[in-house]
Design a protein around this ligand. Structure first.
Ligand code: ATP
Ligand code: MG
Length: 736
C-alpha cells in the first residue's frame, strides 16, 4: 500500500514540475544544441582557413620552441624546489648571491619563505607536528610567574594566557596547558583565562603567552634569532649566508625548535620620537626594546600603567597597536680597535661610507664610574700643543677640563688641535659631535685625515638632523668606546662638542616624556646626567691597568654668561675651565683664552718640571698686564715702569698667539716663554713675533742641539743650564 502511495505522489510531483518548468527545460536544451552547432560551424570554417603567418602565430599560438622553453623553466623550478627542500649546496650558492645583492632584511624574508615551504611539505610537516606534544611538555616545565605578573595579578586578579600554534592543536594538548596554567595561577590565588589561536606565520611549533611573558617554541622565532646573531656578528654577508644555510641544512631534517622566553608589549602611542607602550612587565630603565618593523628604542620612563621609550631610527615606521619586545639587554655600542679611523652614529653604525664595521665586542652605554680605590691622582700631562693652555691651564691625563665660550670663539679649534697633537703619543682620541651640521663633521674629519690624526681617532656623530634621542645618547656611546680602551690600559682623550646641545636634546626628550621642568625648563636630573657622564673620565690606578680618559667637554655660552644654569653645572663638575672670549678673539688674540677666568684645578700636578719652571711667573705677569692695560685706557700719562710692564705684557700675549693645526712641542713652548720673559724679544716688533719664534726654534735646533736635548727631557733646568740658555739667546738675539 505504502509503495503505491509513494509512486502516485512521485508521479504527481513530477507532473507538477514538468508543468511549471516546461519552458525553462526547453530553453536549456535549445541553448545547448545551438552552442554545439555553432562550434561545429566554427570548426568547419577553421578547416577551410589558410595556415597562419609567423607574426599572427606569435599572438594566437605558441611559436616554435616556446613549449620547450616552458618545459625548461618548469624543470628549473622543480630542481630549485628540490634544492630548497634538501638545502643542498647549489641552493646555498643561490641564496649566497641574493644575500650579497640584497639587504639582510630582504634576504631573511626569502629564507623565511623557503623554510616555510619546507615545513609545509612531507616528511617535514609530519615531523614538526609530532614534536608539538614534547614542546608543550617542555614549555610547561618552564612556566613561572614574574614579578611583573604578580603586580598585574594584584591589580586585576586575572592573568590572560594565550596558546598560539602554526597548525590546529590536539585538544588534549590544549587541555593540558589549561590545567597547568590554572594550577600555576591557583598557587597565588589568581584566575586565568586561556585563549587558543592559530597563526600560520609561525611556520611550525607553538607559543604560550602568560601575562607579558612568552615561551616561544616556533620556527619563526628560531629564524629571528639567526637573523639577530648574524646582524651582530663581525662577519661579511657572504659568511653570514653560508652560516645560516649550514645551520638550516642540518636542521631541516631533524628540526627541534628551542624555547625562548621573552616579554612582549604593545605600542599605545607614538609621536615625536617618543613611544608609549604597555605590557613589557619587568622592563628595566635603559633597556633596549625592538619594534615589529625592526627599529629599536631605549626605555627612559617607567610608570605603573605605561612605559616611555625613545626611538633611535625612523619612528614613522612604527604603528600604534603593533608588538614590541624586550631584547633583554641595556643599550650598548660596538667597541674596539676596528672603530679607529671611522665615523659612527650614536648607536655605533658606520656613517662614513667606508663599508660595514665588524665589531669584536660591545659595551653598555651607561656604566658606573670607576670606584675611588681604583683611581690614581692625575699626574701625567696631556699636552695640547697650544702654548696658552700647556703653560697656563695645563691638562693632566684623567682630568676633565671644560672649554667654554660664546659661539665662534675657537672652541672646536682647540679640541681639534689637541687631537692632532696626540700623534705618536699612544693616545686614542674620540670626538663626539652633538647636534652639529654634517658639513662641520665632514670638515673635522677632513682636517684630521690631512694631519694623519684619523688613524687613532673615532668620530661619534649625532647630527643636528638626527633625533633628540641619538643626540642624547651620543656622549654616553663615545664614553663607552673610550672606557674599552681605558680598561685595557690605554690613554684616551674624549671631546664632547658640545654639552649645551646635549642638554637641549635631553630637555626636549624630558618634556616629551612629560617630566616636570625645572630651571630654564631643564629637567631636574640634568646635573646628574652630566655628572654621571663626566665622572667616568678618570686616571685608573696601576693595579687597574693605569689607563685614563681625559675629557674636554665644550659648553657654548650666550653673551659670555657663564652663570647660566648649564655652564655653572658643568663648571662645578669639571676640574677647571678654559674660558674663551669673543672680544679677545676679534682682537686677534687666538686662541682667545681669558687668563683670569681660566683655571686648571689638578693639571698643575701633571705639568712637566720644565714647563712649570718656565711658566711660573707667566700668570702673574699677564694678570698685571691686564690690570695695567685696563687702567691706562682711562689715563693718558704713563710712567716708564708702567710702559715697560705694558710692553712686556703685550709681547707675552703676542707670544701666546698660535695658528690652527700648528701644535708645538713642549720644549719649544718652554724655550719661547723663557726667551720672551727674559726680554730677548724686546727689540722685536709685535708683528714680527711669529718670525722671531720661527727663527728661535730653527737656530736652536741647528746650533744648540745639546741645549735642545736638555729641554726635551722635560726636567727642571739647573742654574748652569739656565746660564747656557741665556748665553745662547744672547748670541742669537739682542737683549734689552
Ligand atoms: P661654534 O660655536 O660655531 O662651534 P667654535 O667656538 O667651535 O664655533 P671654531 O669653529 O673652532 O669655533 O672657530 C671659529 C672660527 O675661528 C673658524 O673659522 C676657525 O678657523 C677660526 N679660528 C679658531 N681658532 C683659530 C686660531 N687659533 N687661529 C686662527 N683662526 C682660528
Ligand atoms: Mg664648535
Amino acid at each position: 500500500m505504502a509503495i503505491e502511495y509513494v509512486i502516485i505522489n512521485f508521479l504527481i510531483l513530477a507532473g507538477i514540475i514538468v508543468l511549471f518548468c516546461r519552458k525553462t527545460i526547453v530553453r536549456l536544451f535549445r541553448d545547448r544544441r545551438q552552442n554545439i552547432l555553432r562550434q561545429l560551424e566554427q570548426a568547419e570554417q577553421w578547416e577551410k582557413m589558410e595556415p597562419p603567418t609567423l607574426s599572427e602565430a606569435h599572438f594566437d599560438q605558441p611559436a616554435v620552441g616556446y613549449q620547450e622553453e616552458i618545459a625548461a623553466e618548469q624543470a628549473i623550478a622543480q630542481t630549485k624546489l628540490e634544492q630548497i627542500h634538501a638545502f643542498g649546496h647549489r641552493e646555498c650558492n643561490e641564496i649566497h648571491r641574493i644575500m650579497v645583492e640584497k639587504t639582510k632584511r630582504q634576504f631573511f624574508a626569502q629564507i623565511k619563505q623557503a623554510v616555510a615551504d619546507v615545513f609545509l611539505t612531507e616528511p617535514y610537516h609530519t615531523k614538526i607536528r609530532e614534536k608539538e606534544a614534547a614542546l608543550v611538555d617542555k614549555i610547561l616545565s618552564m612556566i613561572h610567574l614574574t614579578p611583573g605578573d604578580m603586580a598585574y595579578l594584584k591589580r586585576h586578579n586575572v592573568l590572560y594566557v594565550t596558546l598560539t600554534s602554526a597548525f590546529e592543536l590536539d585538544p588534549a594538548l590544549v587541555q593540558k596547558v589549561d590545567e597547568a596554567t590554572t594550577q600555576l595561577l591557583n598557587t597565588v590565588g589568581g584566575k586565568t583565562s586561556l585563549w587558543v589561536l592559530q597563526d600560520p606565520a609561525f611556520i611550525g611549533g607553538l607559543r604560550l603567552r602568560i601575562g607579558d611573558t612568552v615561551y616561544d617554541g616556533t620556527v619563526s622565532e628560531q629564524l629571528y634569532h639567526y637573523e639577530q646573531s648574524i646582524n651582530n656578528q663581525p662577519v661579511t654577508p657572504e659568511e653570514a649566508a653560508t652560516e645560516v644555510l649550514a645551520e638550516f641544512s642540518q636542521k631541516a631534517a631533524e628540526f627541534t625548535p628551542m624555547i625562548r622566553v621573552y616579554q612582549l608589549g604593545r605600542v599605545m602611542q607614538i609621536s615625536d620620537g617618543i613611544c608609549w607602550m604597555d605590557g613589557l612587565a619587568d622592563i628595566m630603565y635603559g633597556e633596549v626594546v625592538e619594534f615589529e618593523c625592526g627599529e629599536s628604542g631605549m626605555v627612559l620612563d617607567i610608570q605603573p600603567d605605561r612605559i616611555g621609550c625613545v626611538v633611535f631610527g625612523e619612528y614613522e615606521n612604527i604603528e600604534s597597536g603593533s608588538r614590541v619586545r624586550r631584547v633583554g639587554r641595556i643599550a650598548a655600542v660596538p667597541v674596539g680597535n676596528s672603530l679607529l679611523g671611522r665615523v659612527v652614529d650614536a648607536v655605533g653604525n658606520p656613517v662614513d661610507g667606508d663599508g660595514p664595521l665588524y665589531v669584536d665586542e660591545t659595551r653598555p652605554i651607561e656604566c658606573g664610574a670607576p670606584a675611588i680605590l681604583n683611581r690614581s691622582p692625575v699626574s701625567r700631562p696631556l699636552h695640547t700643543g697650544l702654548k696658552a693652555i700647556d703653560a697656563l691651564v695645563p691638562i693632566g691625563r684623567g682630568q676633565r677640563e671644560l672649554i667654554i665660550g660664546d659661539r665662534q670663539t675657537g672652541k672646536t679649534a682647540i679640541a681639534i688641535d689637541a687631537i692632532i697633537n696626540q700623534k705618536g703619543k699612544n693616545t686614542v682620541c674620540i670626538y663626539v659631535a652633538i647636534g652639529q651640521k654634517e658639513t662641520s663633521i665632514a670638515e673635522v674629519r677632513e682636517r684630521l685625515v690631512q694631519h694623519g690624526a684619523m688613524d687613532y681617532t673615532i668620530i661619534v656623530a649625532a647630527n643636528a638632523s638626527g633625533s633628540a634621542a641619538t643626540q642624547y645618547i651620543a656622549p654616553f656611546s663615545g664614553t663607552a668606546m673610550a672606557e674599552h680602551f681605558m680598561y685595557a690600559g690605554q690613554d684616551v682623550l674624549i671631546i664632547y662638542d658640545d654639552l649645551s646641545k646635549h642638554a637641549v636634546a635631553y630637555r626636549e626628550l624630558s618634556l616629551l616624556l612629560h617630566r616636570p621642568s625645572g630651571r630654564e625648563a631643564y629637567p631636574g636630573d640634568i646635573f646628574y646626567l652630566h655628572s654621571r657622564l663626566l665622572e667616568r673620565s678618570a686616571q685608573l690606578s696601576p693595579e687597574c691597568g693605569g689607563g685614563s680618559i681625559t675629557a674636554l667637554p665644550i659648553i657654548e655660552t650666550l653673551a659670555g654668561d657663564i652663570s647660566a644654569y648649564i655652564p655653572t653645572n658643568v663648571i662645578s663638575i669639571t676640574d677647571g675651565q678654559i674660558f674663551l672670549e669673543s672680544e679677545l678673539f676679534h682682537e686677534g688674540q687666538r686662541p682667545a683664552i681669558n687668563v683670569g677666568l681660566s683655571v686648571s684645578r689638578v693639571g698643575g700636578a701633571a705639568q712637566t718640571k720644565l714647563m712649570k719652571q718656565m711658566a711660573s711667573s707667566l700668570r702673574t705677569k699677564l694678570a698685571q698686564y691686564r690690570e695695567l692695560s685696563d687702567f691706562t685706557q682711562l689715563g693718558s700719562e704713563i710712567d716708564e715702569v708702567t710702559k715697560k710692564a705694558l710692553d712686556d705684557g703685550a709681547r707675552l700675549m703676542e707670544a701666546l698667539k698660535q695658528g690652527r693645526y700648528q701644535p708645538l712641542a713642549d720644549w719649544k713652548q718652554a724655550l719661547l716663554l723663557f726667551a720672551v720673559s727674559e726680554g730677548y724679544a724686546k727689540s722685536v716688533e709685535l708683528t714680527e713675533m711669529p718670525l722671531f719664534e720661527k727663527e728661535l726654534y730653527a737656530r736652536f735646533e741647528q746650533e744648540y742641539p745639546s741645549l735642545v736635548a736638555i729641554l726635551r727631557s722635560g726636567k727642571k733646568v739647573e742654574v748652569d743650564g739656565l746660564n747656557d740658555l741665556r748665553a745662547a739667546l744672547s748670541a742669537l738675539f739682542v737683549r734689552n
